[in-house]
Design a protein around this ligand. Structure first.
Ligand code: SF4
Length: 294
């Protein structure tokens, strides 16, 4: 049973939050404290914040359709009509992308984004790879019995506590098999040997917190969907988890260091959030217009 939390303004660690903090303090400020800014309009910052990119949308659309696929498997074990499913994937890709503004267009790196040729082929490849993988028949054989307990992209932000600290670790797909809990994280991008295992440690901690299952019984896997389907297990025990908790404490304290008030999560002045000197980071940043780096 997933535990619920009352809202508090306290800063909560998440892998994406700390990654942004690490990348550029100014980007972190715009991303997490846009209402505090006195230089630019909140609406302007929000518009930039919501820009997406082609690689991001390939990942996002793939997640959305996998969610539908898994929820459909929860309802019926009937064989999937591949052609109809792929037509659905096509429609969803066009619908989702049609609602988005792309950073490539906003910053005039491209006149327009054509989802049909720039996004759909990779989403279809990712989905076909998943459907052709041995994981799907395994799932139908081993995990179907507990399908009512599957967690498929659960609502909310995945709040939990890590050693008493507020943290967010949202799993893509979690399901029990026997006395074990399996966790899958879908990836359409490249392997990241540092970031992905760290993310999986977060999911294990989340599952342990909510389900009270021993760490050794939680089996996290990163499932790479492109260019081929490939799974990577992340074996963990309580020592890895202790080291992870220590790291989260360190990273949370670092972020606290930029707060004027830790209880209310009020940031220090914007001038404390320095712009990075690394222009390569700026070239991928949504906020580059605000920093004059567009
Ligand atoms: S444009 Fe560069 S300096 Fe400005 S927020 Fe983005 S990464 Fe930071």
């Amino acid at each position: 049973m997933v535990r619920r939390f009352e809202y508090t303004p306290t800063l909560g660690w998440s892998i994406s939050r700390y990654d942004t903090f690490n990348l550029c303090k100014r980007q972190y400020y715009y991303q997490y404290y846009p209402r505090e800014d006195r230089e630019f309009d909140f609406l302007k910052i929000s518009t930039l914040k919501s820009l997406t990119s082609v690689p991001l949308e390939i990942g996002n659309v793939s997640h959305e359709v996998i969610k539908v696929l898994l929820r459909r498997l929860q309802k019926t074990a009937k064989e999937i009509d591949r052609e109809r499913f792929m037509e659905f994937v096509r429609r969803e890709t066009l619908r989702i992308c049609g609602e988005k503004d792309f950073i490539e267009v906003y910053y005039k790196d491209a006149d327009e984004i054509d989802p049909e040729t720039q996004i759909l082929p990779k989403v279809l490849a990712a989905l076909n790879n998943l459907l052709d993988s041995p994981r799907l028949p395994w799932l139908m054989k081993e995990a179907l019995e507990t399908k009512d307990e599957w967690l498929v992209e659960p609502e909310g932000y995945g709040e939990c506590r890590i050693d008493g600290m507020k943290a967010y670790c949202k799993v893509d797909f979690l399901f029990p098999v026997g006395d074990e809990i399996h966790i899958y994280d879908w990836k359409t991008g490249k392997k990241d040997e540092k970031k992905h295992p760290k993310q999986m440690r977060g999911y294990v901690t989340w599952a342990h917190f909510h389900y009270g299952v021993d760490y050794t019984k939680i089996k996290p896997k990163v499932a790479y969907l492109l260019p081929e389907y490939e799974e990577q297990s992340v074996p963990l025990n309580e020592f890895d988890i202790q080291a992870f908790s220590d790291l989260i404490r360190e990273e949370t304290d670092e972020m606290y260091g930029y707060l004027e008030n830790v209880e209310t999560n009020k940031p220090k002045l914007k001038s404390e959030f320095k712009m990075t000197d690394n222009l390569r980071i700026c070239s991928f940043c949504n906020f580059r217009e605000l920093c004059g780096r567009d």
